[in-house]
Design a protein around this ligand. Structure first.
Ligand code: GLP
Length: 233
């Protein structure tokens, strides 16, 4: 793993954008994208750039079950607002949180990833070491699946909702196996609340109890952390 420590999230986002821009100029066509507050500075740099995205395909990590694409709390909506409205892509994929057959929607998503192998996968990390919504205890060999969110994650993500009761209880998300098949991975983490998860991911044992620890086995991972998130390393 290559570790880059920046002063703050603004510099971290700028650094991540540099990596994406370089990757795209070198031929990356399929980008795995992520939501949450962590990637916001990256997307800010992206929309302010002159990077043309007309030939790019994006595949997002996850979506809440039950939220329509136009629901302001959905990850579809987040992506439109922060990136796609200003930088149109050739094609964008986000799991279908309203699918009547969730198991089929998961299979379809695996097929999309198979047909469009991901060149660069962007990741954040949860405070408990989750990546996408792969919570502690999720098998490492799993593909796209429906996941019940832990109390910890529901609480952390409730800051985006009017009330904690409005936070969906489950999500469709790419599995760790999908993520590990990406050619390269850029993971960002900012703030001291992420410091312990970052330490466990990089220095801890590889265990399903810390889903991000599997990244130690991937040949091309860059971790961008600010000084606070790096404070336990
Ligand atoms: C959510 C998302 C993850 C994200 C994590 C951290 O649960 N599903 O993809 O990495 O939270 O979010 P944040 O960046 O807001 O701290």
């Amino acid at each position: 793993m290559k570790i880059i420590v920046t002063k703050n999230d603004i510099q971290g986002g700028a650094k991540a954008f540099e990596l994406f821009e370089k990757g795209i100029k070198n031929g990356a066509k399929v980008l795995g994208l992520a939501t949450g507050s962590t990637p916001e500075p990256l997307y800010q740099n992206w929309v302010e750039s002159d990077l043309n995205c007309n030939n790019l395909i994006s595949i997002n990590l996850d979506e809440y079950v039950g939220l329509k694409p136009d629901d302001p709390q959905s990850y579809h909506y987040f992506m439109q607002k922060h990136l796609f409205d200003k930088k149109p892509f050739k094609k964008t994929y986000v799991p279908d949180g309203t699918a009547s057959d969730v198991a089929q929607a998961c299979k379809d998503y695996d097929q999309i990833i198979k047909d469009n192998p991901i060149d660069i996968q962007l990741l954040g990390i949860g405070r408990n070491g989750h990546i996408a919504f792969n919570e502690p205890g999720t098998p490492f060999d799993i593909g796209t699946h429906e996941v019940k969110l832990t109390e910890n994650t529901i609480k952390a993500n409730s800051r985006f909702f009017d009330s904690i009761d409005d936070v969906p209880k489950s999500a469709i998300c790419m599995g760790t196996a999908n993520i590990m098949q990406s050619k390269s991975i850029v993971l960002m983490a900012f703030g001291e609340k992420k410091a312990h998860a970052v330490k466990e991911m990089i220095e801890g044992p590889i265990t399903e109890e810390v889903p991000a620890s599997i990244l130690q086995k991937h040949p091309d991972v860059t971790v961008i952390v600010d000084e606070a998130a790096a404070s336990e390393l």
